[in-house]
Design a protein. Sequence first.
Length: 54
Amino acid sequence: MKQQEDRFTRDTFATPVRGRPRKPDALTPAQRAKLYRQRKKAAAAISVTRHEKS
């Protein structure tokens, strides 16, 4: 018998679940998009050095 909070262990007599099992630490699509935008913004921030003649 499994605990009620356990969502990742399958029951012995349950019908088989199709597809790949879900990871416990998987990101939602919104979280994935937010991280992508942050990486893209950080990559675009290129520092520019300007040299003036004295």
